[in-house]
Design a protein around this ligand. Structure first.
Ligand code: ADP
Ligand SMILES: O=C(O)[C@@H](O)C(=O)COP(=O)(O)O
Length: 428
């Protein structure tokens, strides 16, 4: 299998978001969980998205995982590798967007790397290096309260400089509006040897900006960005005539799997909290007590019993999610990472127990939450089905020990208020 576009995603929801965008824009795409085992039979595809769970791990660990994934992709023919990061640039000053970008550039022989989290379809735009979420600067958006990666600075040149060894450049919108030639000239002016720049933040407001960036990026070995840059790269590949298939199809991925259905949520994002309130009107929702979850296994056992009493009658929702004040209180007692990790472990055990009791259609809300659940379920890869909401497709497992399952891995901030019912309505 020779692939045209390789991607390394820093979390699993982000990977399915990107795989959805690549599929919608004409690339046959598979999402793998980690570097696939050689025994796993993958379909013939144009693009592979390797999901890693490295968004919130120490940068050196992220670099090691991402560079191994890059080698795997290059060995299978990938001429370009996109490091898929969050459209809200989720990371801390010790985060890995800078280190991984620089390491991937080094692995490809050096050179500048375009970086943009813009994803206009979900309201993420970048203007003179400043990231906006809807109409709000990043630091005023709900991302200021993220449990693991609270974002307090909308100026991405500054954010990325704090994480990087080399200097960080900017290609602003006026240059991008002048077309690919102007962007290339600007990148040449940042040539590493003269200016000491590796990563270059690129503005983008409309999809046409991302088409320009995709065309330029495709001629380089590495880029870093969210689904918007994926869109630009996919469209550039299709325009180049290098996609020989008749395009991507999602029909195969949604053949019915039967079984029971459930929703597990660990995202504390504003959108998820509202979606849970709406779900309460139509299905049983269990709100876990985070302190009891941290105290021992009883809360998990109680949740499984609760679900067992209801699930044969229809889908159930189990959520650890809580509002920012509650999250802060828990973190002040147990620490940010320890409480996040313990709750992810708990929700992943609950997801696995539900699958053992017959759940075959599973929605998971939250990036880290999804990563922990998919890892515990040991699912090796996914085919990409139709889109439920921008950035969230239906996924069908490939090579799964429990048989075929349908999943939806929802990024915290994605989806309309009826996301959970909309997702289950597409999964049979
Ligand atoms: N009640 C809670 N208190 C503190 N942390 C929580 C709570 N519920 C969930 N978490 C943690 O918050 C983090 C949410 O991150 P994630 O799953 O990536 O969601 P999102 O997609 O919204 O970013 C996870 O580490 C999760 O375990
Ligand atoms: O780019 C995005 O916004 C998403 O694909 C994504 O990565 C979101 O992360 P989580 O909210 O942590 O799932």
């Amino acid at each position: 299998m020779a692939i045209l576009l390789g991607s390394i995603a820093d979390d699993y929801t982000g990977a399915s978001d990107l795989a959805n965008t690549l599929t919608k824009n004409g690339l046959r795409t598979v999402q793998t969980v980690g570097i696939p085992d050689p025994s796993l039979a993958l379909p013939d595809v144009d693009a592979v998205v390797i999901s890693l769970k490295i968004r919130s791990v120490p940068a050196s660990e992220a670099v090691a995982a991402a560079t191994s994934a890059e080698r795997w992709l290059r060995q299978r023919g990938a001429g370009h590798v996109l490091y898929k990061i969050c459209s809200t640039f989720d990371s801390t000053d010790a985060g890995n967007i800078g280190p991984v970008t620089e390491a991937l550039s080094d692995a490809a022989g050096g050179g500048v790397v375009l970086v943009t989290p813009a994803f206009p379809e979900t309201g993420r735009t970048v203007y003179f290096g400043h990231l906006f979420v809807g109409g709000q600067p990043l630091n005023e958006s709900p991302l200021k309260d993220h449990p693991l990666n609270p974002m307090h600075d909308a100026n991405l040149v500054r954010v990325l400089t704090r994480q990087s060894r080399n200097a960080v450049g900017l290609v602003d919108l006026t240059t991008i509006a002048a077309g690919p030639g102007a962007v290339k000239m600007r990148l040449d002016s940042f040539s590493f040897r003269t200016a000491g720049v590796t990563a270059v933040i690129a503005d983008a407001i409309f999809e046409r900006d991302l088409e320009t960036l995709g065309e330029v990026a495709l001629e380089t070995p590495v880029s870093t960005g969210a689904s918007g840059l994926g869109l630009g790269l996919a469209r550039a590949l299709v325009r180049s005539g290098r996609i020989s298939s008749g395009g991507a199809t999602t029909a195969d991925a949604i053949r019915p799997v039967g079984g029971l259905s459930a929703i597990v949520a660990g995202s504390c994002s504003k959108a998820t909290l509202h979606q849970l309130d709406i779900a309460e009107r139509s299905m049983p929702v269990l709100r876990l007590d985070p302190e009891r979850l941290l105290a021992g296994p009883h809360e998990i056992a109680a949740a499984i019993t609760w679900a067992g009493e209801r699930i044969s009658a229809g889908p159930v929702v189990i959520a650890a999610s809580a509002a920012p004040e509650t999250v802060s209180r828990l973190q002040s007692i147990y620490g940010r990472e320890a409480s996040g990790h313990a709750i992810e472990t708990a929700t992943s055990i609950i997801a696995t127990e539900l699958v053992e009791r017959g759940v075959r259609r599973l929605v998971v809300a939250g990036g880290e939450t999804s990563g922990a659940a998919v890892d515990r379920l040991a699912i090796p890869a996914f085919l990409i089905g139709p889109e439920i909401a921008p950035g969230v497709p239906v996924l069908r497992t490939v090579g799964n020990a429990q048989g075929d399952m349908l999943l939806a891995l929802k990024s915290g901030n994605f989806g309309g208020e009826d996301f959970f019912t909309a997702a289950l309505a597409m999964m049979h």
